[in-house]
Design a protein around this ligand. Structure first.
Ligand code: 5GP
Length: 130
């Protein structure tokens, strides 16, 4: 069965898309730990990031860098934190999170509640800087 993220790539489940190319896709996390929290995934289904072959992992990192630089310009923050967890969705993904202090990366803290309008505004702001 296809993962939720594969269904997002196919357009079967809606998302706030940030960017894509032939191999990778980036979209806003639906339950963000910070405004601008974005997920970067390979389009093809692989559960574990470190199961990707070397070239694909390298290319995904370069794609994630481009997304991160756009987020950094769009969202006030010190830098973009990077996390790989993958315990919830079995489809490799990199979390990109705008941070100003270490605690901003804490997935256990209360997440940010965003309205539809806020998601759309964050999406627009990142996309136009990509
Ligand atoms: P992890 O697998 O790294 O523990 O967490 C998966 C992440 O994917 C979580 O941050 C969760 O909020 C996000 N997520 C899960 N389902 C969806 C979804 O349907 N849409 C979006 N945009 N994000 C999702």
């Amino acid at each position: 069965m296809a993962t939720i993220f594969s269904r997002i790539v196919k357009g079967e489940i809606p998302c706030y898309k940030i960017a894509e190319n032939d191999k990778f896709f980036a979209f806003l996390d639906i339950n963000p730990v910070a405004k601008g929290h974005t997920l970067v995934i390979p389009k093809h289904e692989t559960d574990y990031l470190f199961a990707l072959d070397d070239m694909e992992l390298a290319e995904m990192t370069v794609f994630a860098k481009k997304v991160a630089l756009a987020i950094e310009k769009a969202i006030p923050c010190k830098r973009i934190g990077v996390a790989v967890i993958g315990l919830e969705v079995p489809h490799a993904h990199i979390h990109l999170i705008p941070i100003t202090q270490e605690g901003d990366m804490d997935f256990k803290k209360e997440h940010v509640h965003m309205s539809e309008e806020e998601f759309l505004e964050v999406q627009r702001s990142i996309v136009e800087r990509f």
